[in-house]
Design a protein around this ligand. Structure first.
Ligand SMILES: [Zn+2]
Length: 255
């Protein structure tokens, strides 16, 4: 094999992750209330967690650090805001709202649809802030009069542990190989939206595994699902029963 052919073959290995299956996704069962697969909001150090006096989590890094949408959704606010200096609010399909504050620059406007992991802003120290950081608040519903919920378990439920690495939700990187064609879904159950597909004998980067819905095939039952980064941004989950290797597809890290 010459060098050029080798490069093409290597590139082809990554392509199937970009190939979503819109027909299947459009006809899948209602999933409006299903927790979406999350993306890392920003690289940085968690300097303050959620408490009775702090409605959100602070992630600190240097001025201009990119900030990414935690999940797909609609931008319902983008502009100046009391205390925040500037804020962005994104309404997700599951009815939750993520709020981003203190940004130095905003890249999105009201009414815009964003993808999970899409860059929306640059980190700053605008407003009521003592240093460059992202204040991330999560609310259930669009009301601003109710207190938010703890973003850490909210993110964990969506496959993101803090601190995280943008582009994949964090965790170590390993590789899995599918033995058959299988759907990659937005969360670890067959009722979740199909977001991509894996193909036989192709290898894919993977982050970690979670316990999800039990899947039985050829007399074997397996409740482990492996989290993969998607080329389109964000993450997806595939039942490990469709992956070569042990019951976690050879992935040793639990999410
Ligand atoms: Zn804060």
């Amino acid at each position: 094999m010459n060098l050029r052919a080798g490069l093409v073959a290597a590139a082809a290995l990554l392509l199937p992750l970009a190939a979503a299956v819109p027909g299947h996704a459009a006809t899948s069962a209602p999933t409006a209330a299903t927790a979406f697969a999350g993306s890392c909001p920003a690289a940085g150090v968690v300097t303050q967690g959620y408490s009775s006096t702090h409605d959100g989590v602070d992630i600190a890094n240097s001025l201009g650090t990119p900030i990414y949408a935690v999940g797909a959704g609609e931008v319902i606010a983008s502009g100046p805001a009391q205390g925040y200096g500037q804020w962005i609010r994104i309404l997700h399909p599951d009815g939750t709202v993520t709020e981003y504050g203190h940004m130095y620059q905003r890249d999105v406007s009201v009414g815009q649809q964003v993808a999970a992991g899409q860059r929306i802003a640059l980190m700053g120290s605008e407003g009521d802030s003592t240093g460059v950081h992202l204040h991330l608040r999560v609310r259930v519903g669009t009301s601003t009069s109710i207190r938010g919920i703890d973003p850490v378990p909210y993110l964990r439920d969506r496959g993101v542990g803090l601190p995280c690495t943008p582009g994949g939700g964090g965790g170590g990187t390993t590789t899995v190989t599918a033995w058959t064609q299988a759907n990659v879904r937005s969360c670890a159950a067959r009722s979740c939206d199909i977001v991509s597909t894996v193909y036989p004998n192709e290898s894919y980067p993977a982050h970690c595994w979670v316990v999800g819905e039990s899947v039985t095939d050829e007399g074997i039952t397996n409740d482990k699902w492996v989290r993969l980064p998607l080329n389109a941004g964000g993450v997806g989950y595939v039942s490990a029963i469709y992956l070569k290797g042990d019951e976690t597809g050879g992935v040793t890290t639990r999410c």
